[in-house]
Design a protein around this ligand. Sequence first.
Ligand SMILES: C[S@@+](CC[C@H](N)C(=O)[O-])C[C@H]1O[C@@H](n2cnc3c(N)ncnc32)[C@H](O)[C@@H]1O
Length: 499
Amino acid sequence: MQQTPQYVRDIPYPHHFQREVTPVWMTSVATALGFNGPDITQAYSWCELGCGQGLTALVTAAANPQGRFTAIDFNPQHIAHGRALASAADLSNLHFVEADFLTLATQAQELQPEYDFIVLNGVYSWISGAERVVIHRFIQQRLKPGGLLYLGYMCQPGMAFLAGLRSLLRVHTEHISGPITQRVHKALSLLERMAEAKAGFFVEHPQAVEYLRRARQHDPAYLVHELLNPHWDSLPVAQVMAELEADAGCYYVGSATPLENIDALSIPGNLLPLMESLNTTAERESFKDLARNQSERRDLYQKGRHPLDIERHRSRLCDQVITALPGAPSQGSLRFETRIGPLEGTADLFGPILKALAEGPQSFADLLRIPALQHQGDLINAAVQMLFWAGIAHPLLPGSVSIENCQRLNRVLCERSLSTEHYGYLAAAALGSGVEADDLYMTAVRVLQDYRNMTGSLLRETVQAVRRSHQKTLTDQDSQRLGMFEDEVRAAWQRMGVL
Ligand SMILES: C[S@@+](CC[C@H](N)C(=O)[O-])C[C@H]1O[C@@H](n2cnc3c(N)ncnc32)[C@H](O)[C@@H]1O
């Protein structure tokens, strides 16, 4: 008997961009870890399973002219939204497919025979075991040898508590009236009152109390998807690894969150000696999840095993060019806020790298030549990955870039952000990725798209007039932030092909 997917359909998932699924990010992390990923300076193909309304696919396609992008989801509203934007921005390298995973195999004509990248973010934990099996088969059949898989999912042990909350939440929302977004809030109120009254579950699981505290800050549509789906599992990493190896021929490369690949910085120091006796990747990653009480994993896998030898590893690293992002410090030490507490990035290591990046983009080979850092390739590699993770720097897209595609998409995103939508990201041609842009910055970019040289009070007044015509205000704080935009962001975004 054919099963039907049971995932929430009546309310669209909020717009979201995930930098870790871009080809430039995935290959950069794979290279840093010594794996031979696809060559993104040549034509390649990329596929997202469960693309939501398509923002990640749209931004990534606009910023990567070498790629052919396929974005799949079974929600007709999601696909209609993605197609409307792709058409408005005239993106010819992105194809949206309306299909559910269970019957995807029957839609072969809509797909490419094989992909260099397959990505799933926020999908794998919310579907049934049968759907996961179908996805394994898809990856087995359609990910090229050497291709990279990104898998972002809720994991054990840090998210296990959510099962305890979801059960009452789901059953209670079925028995109260009103639109689903209101019902989820009403059901959360009941749980909040239980937590205040020290119900046993909340006493045993303080994380659940913290989760409830933060839940209110989320878009209600997000909460409906997160909490009310019939299927939800927090998965143990060892099980995911074993299934991907056996069913899809994929092997663990590392985390797409670079910090998590650096044990000395992401595991409490007193636990590190205990990890030394563990030899298999599954044991080590399970140990790390316990050590960090990990709740979510964003992992990279590769079809087959394709390590780089020492020479090729070094030459791939040296080819990489790194740019500072707006607001990056130009010297000194850094403080990184991590899951296991604050960490200091020492001035000895980070100071010279920041100074060099403040002068302009640097290749990894340039960084190796900095006198204070000579012969410290491994440390520079780790430091650069930390800068990427912290949003201080980003790899530049190798090969050709398309400023026109990004500018067309950004115009559409900015215009729609003035009315009803909240996108929060713009495409950056030089990065092959997106940059975060709030509502105010979106308005400023929209104005600058028509008046490229406008500055100062004239820019501020025009932004104010545009916002007013869309029933939006410009507060004193916004005016100050526009000043910051002009000082720190605008020129960088022009160089990166955002505007
Ligand atoms: C939580 S959202 C994540 C969206 C997007 N990947 C992101 O990170 O923002 C999960 C998405 O998977 C889609 N989905 C769930 N089950 C599906 C199925 N069986 N077939 C196709 N799409 C499915 C949903 O419609 C939804 O858009």
